[in-house]
Design a protein around this ligand. Structure first.
Ligand code: AMP
Ligand code: MG
Length: 363
């Protein structure tokens, strides 16, 4: 029987711990995907490695790193480097920070190509490709519309049709041009705003693992809210045990425990950030076809080689709906998806072909 393990929490201030406890409580109520580690995590294992864990707030959420290291010193240095990499990425990719590279480039690159950092270019290329493959269901240029919905969640009132129509004039992935020669980006119009909320955490989780790997830590897991990335398995194991629960309540038994390594899992849905107004439940995920928050009740979990794919794929499938979303996942070479439609009396669960074949832990 898998069990949850809470291990050493390193570099956690009282305030962070409070935030962490609050977020854990929310997660217990709402999250349907949680990672679990099989027993014996505290004991020294055959390879002489021990398990360590640390949590820090970044990108508006908590980043949790779990790793196996030869010593507490090696673990500490790994945590420091991994969190520093996430912080660097936040300073590049954040749309909340006016001084981030992302925020600055939207004003600088109007009508002219501007060279950007390798990280920003890499994420924008991935995003643009997914926009093309999903006929714009995933679109990081939705910034102006997303901001209106963010405001709406504070005021409790959906944006007016006029405001949405006006904001939508400044959106559209086809108005963002990328140049591979010099890593450039160019916007057709002034007033465009990017929002990487559906892709940045997955990439940051990948990159935290890369840093750990470069520093000799191969067995590690990085979890940023619903976006998780896994390196090599824990010593002596085939993979990290990930409990996938079909229902909202954490009390429901895990329906499936996946055993994953060197891959990523992301979950998107309407349970964490939403607006309830006028009898409707609006998700923080926007359908670019209508500029409205999604109202269908769906949760999507995607497994892919990297968080840079799993994270945006999960968001995109949510926008496309079960049928189109499933077809999109089946077209990919490596991705797998679990779609849970919560309409009607009982939730309907749909697994893509590759999801059905993922390694699971025998009960
Ligand atoms: P996730 O939690 O990964 O599904 O991402 C949700 C976040 O992605 C939202 O909070 C927005 O910042 C952003 N977002 C919302 N709708 C879209 C969309 N259609 N395409 C790309 N990003 C979106
Ligand atoms: Mg996502």
């Amino acid at each position: 029987m898998p069990h949850r393990v809470l291990q050493r929490l390193i570099s956690l201030s009282a305030k962070d711990r409070q935030q962490h406890d609050k977020s854990c409580a929310t997660a217990r109520q709402l999250l349907f995907l949680t990672f679990v580690l099989l027993g014996g995590a505290f004991s020294a294992c055959a390879a002489g490695l021990q398990s360590f864990e640390a949590v820090e707030p970044h990108m508006g959420t908590l980043f949790r790193v779990k790793l196996y290291a030869a010593s507490a010193e090696q673990a500490q240095s790994g945590f420091r480097l991994a969190f520093a990499r996430v912080e660097t990425l936040d300073n590049i990719l954040s749309d909340y920070k006016p001084e981030s590279e992302l925020s600055r480039v939207t004003t600088l690159a109007v009508g002219r190509p501007v060279t950007v950092s390798a990280d920003l270019f890499h994420v924008l290329v991935a995003a643009q490709q997914i926009s093309e493959e999903t006929a714009g269901a995933f679109d990081v240029t939705l910034g102006p519309v997303i901001r209106l919905w963010r405001e709406a969640r504070k005021t409790g009132r959906p944006p007016s049709p006029d405001a949405l129509r006006e904001a939508a004039r400044f959106c559209g992935y086809k108005k963002m041009k990328l140049g591979a020669k010099d890593n450039t980006v160019e916007f057709e119009q002034a007033g465009m705003k990017l929002d990487l909320g559906g892709i940045a955490k997955g990439y940051a989780a990948d990159e935290a693992l890369v840093v750990l790997n470069k520093n000799g830590i191969k067995s590690a897991l990085v979890a940023a809210s619903g976006d998780l990335a896994f390196g090599d398995p824990p010593p002596g194991k085939k993979g990290w045990s990930i409990g996938i629960d079909s229902f909202d309540s954490a009390r429901a038994p895990f329906t499936k425990t996946l055993v994953l390594a060197n891959s990523a899992v992301s979950t998107s849905g309407d349970t964490e950030q939403y607006l309830d107004a006028g009898g409707k439940h609006y998700s923080h995920i926007i359908d670019p076809a209508s500029d409205m928050g999604l109202t269908r009740r769906m949760t999507v979990t995607v497994v892919a080689r990297r968080g840079l794919a799993a994270d945006p794929f999960a968001t995109a499938v949510d926008v496309m709906g079960a049928e189109r979303g499933l077809a999109f996942i089946e077209r990919q070479t490596e991705a797998a998806a679990l779609i849970i439609v919560r309409e009607g009396a009982a939730p309907r669960t749909i697994e893509s072909t590759r999801f059905q074949r993922l390694p699971v832990q025998a009960n």
